[in-house]
Design a protein around this ligand. Structure first.
Ligand code: UDX
Length: 451
């Protein structure tokens, strides 16, 4: 058992602290938000993350988790994890003020030989900045390790306890050993490298996953124009071990607190250091375009959006979370409202005030059926299982028009159509709900081929 400290009790900090306690460590958790600390002290979770509350309760009951909104005079722990947020600032650069504040408060309190571990996603080079700040605070020999997290919201506990790899970057091999030992009997390859490389692995991993999604979304658009089925294309591609079958889900595109911020930050770092991030810029453009493509589908299906009533199923940026940051579903709601539609949003978990905060013009419903009441169109915008299980017969009884736009390709086109709905989705042929194609001969002629 080792005594550690975790600074920042958000998605990353709270999950890391709870999991380290579960691994048997004694964890001091500090967050400057007293309200969040009082929730955590009760062993409750301030966020919707499956399994987190159980671990928090257990950690508090076992006396392994200690929460405070104040920094102690001296840290008992010799290993301090920095897990504060690094939001996007102007022009996409990552804002590391919270990291700087944490180091300013922590460094003078640390014992000789302590280790500062950066878990937050930080711009390449931040490790050296932290090192310099610690040295200037006069706290003696401090080592810095970059230990980026790869936690997905909705599966964060699993991702922590069963990671594909542990990445540990430092110029002090002993410090790497110290941090690696904390993960105890977690089975995972450990990649030991330098700090800058570890910081880059995090950005490059997120940027690649976002690229993979934008890639499949571009292929979906091409499939739509050529009559291929993107779901089958993704399945066929995924059978190639070099490609892998995950993150090939075409739809409304990516959102959340990480991909948008991290892709923009990496592009910004590249640009300010003289490399033109042309691929990253295209990845972002394609992603933004997914919302517009969906608006176009709804507009065409309804013959216009003015004064139409549209039900949007889903508000979170993806299923199994209550996080609405950069939610594609809520961006879609705003775009539809801008064209005169009246929008009703339902989400199984997101609180009504969070939806209203993000899209003040949207009405909020408490169920699928109440959202769909008298709707001219129903849009599946987030891949919640509840939406895959919708009673289509009951839905047909409450809508004004039987029209479903499946922006996550979640539903079974045959079932939807047999329930009497007009069905539209992304990247699939007309038989599956895609657009009706011009005749091949006409397309060929247009392309200038021989008649
Ligand atoms: C991501 C990374 O996966 C994780 O490793 C990192 O630590 C934090 O950022 P997260 O943002 O929680 O995790 O969600 P993720 O599951 O990656 O999904 C991100 C977005 O991509 C969501 O909006 C999701 O709807 C979308 N997505 C995901 C797709 O559009 N298609 C897919 O096939 C997969």
């Amino acid at each position: 058992m080792t005594r550690i400290a975790v600074i920042g009790c958000g998605y990353v900090g709270a999950v890391s602290a709870a999991c380290f306690a579960e691994l048997g460590h004694d964890v001091d958790c500090i967050d400057t938000d007293p309200a969040r600390i009082s929730v955590l002290k009760r062993g409750e979770s301030p966020i919707h993350e499956p399994g987190l509350e159980t671990l928090l309760k257990r950690g508090v009951e076992r006396g392994r988790l200690h929460f405070s909104s104040d920094y102690p005079d001296v840290f008992e722990a010799k290993i301090v994890f920095i897990a504060v947020n690094t939001p996007e600032s102007h022009e996409g650069a990552a804002d590391i003020r919270a990291v700087r504040d944490a180091i300013t408060l922590v460094a003078p309190r640390l014992k000789y030989g302590s280790v500062i571990v950066n878990k937050s996603t930080v711009p390449i080079g931040t490790g050296e900045l932290v090192s310099g700040m610690a040295r200037r605070s006069g706290c003696g020999a401090i080592s810095v390790v970059s230990n980026p997290e790869f936690l997905r919201e909705g599966s964060a506990i699993r991702d922590f306890m069963m990671p594909d790899r542990l990445v540990l970057g430092s110029d002090d091999p002993a410090a790497i050993d110290t941090v690696a030992a904390l993960y105890g009997n977690i089975e995972a390859p450990v990649l030991r490298t330098d700090i800058r490389t570890a910081e880059m692995i995090k950005y490059a991993s997120n940027a690649f996953l976002a690229t993979k999604i934008s890639f499949i979304n571009e292929i979906a658009a091409i499939c739509e124009s050529l009559g291929a089925d993107i779901s089958e294309v993704a399945r066929g591609m995924g059978m190639d071990a070099r490609i892998g079958n995950r993150f090939l889900g075409a739809g409304l595109g990516w959102g959340g607190s990480c991909f948008p911020k991290d892709v923009r930050a990496l592009a910004h770092m590249a640009a300010v250091h003289g490399t033109h991030p042309q691929l990253l810029r295209s990845v972002m453009d394609i992603n933004a375009g997914q919302r517009l493509r969906t608006v176009q589908k709804v507009r065409e299906a309804l013959g216009g959006l003015d004064r139409r009533r549209i039900a949007i199923l889903g508000a979170s940026f993806k299923a199994d979370t209550d996080d609405t940051r950069n939610s594609p579903a809520l961006e879609l709601a705003s775009l539809l409202h801008l064209e005169g539609a009246s929008v009703v949003v339902y989400d199984p978990v997101v609180l009504a005030e969070r939806i209203t905060e993000a899209v003040p013009e949207a009405a909020v419903a408490r169920s699928v059926m109440s959202a769909a009441q008298d709707a001219d169109a129903v849009i599946v915008a987030t891949e919640w299982q509840e939406f895959a299980d919708i009673d289509l017969g009951a839905l047909g009884d409450v809508v004004a028009q039987r029209l479903i736009i499946d922006a996550r390709n979640l539903l079974d086109p045959v079932a939807v159509r047999s329930a009497g709905f007009e069905y539209h989705c992304l990247g699939r042929p007309a038989s599956e709900g895609g657009p009706v194609l011009p005749s091949v001969a006409k397309a060929f002629a247009v392309a200038g081929g021989a008649s």
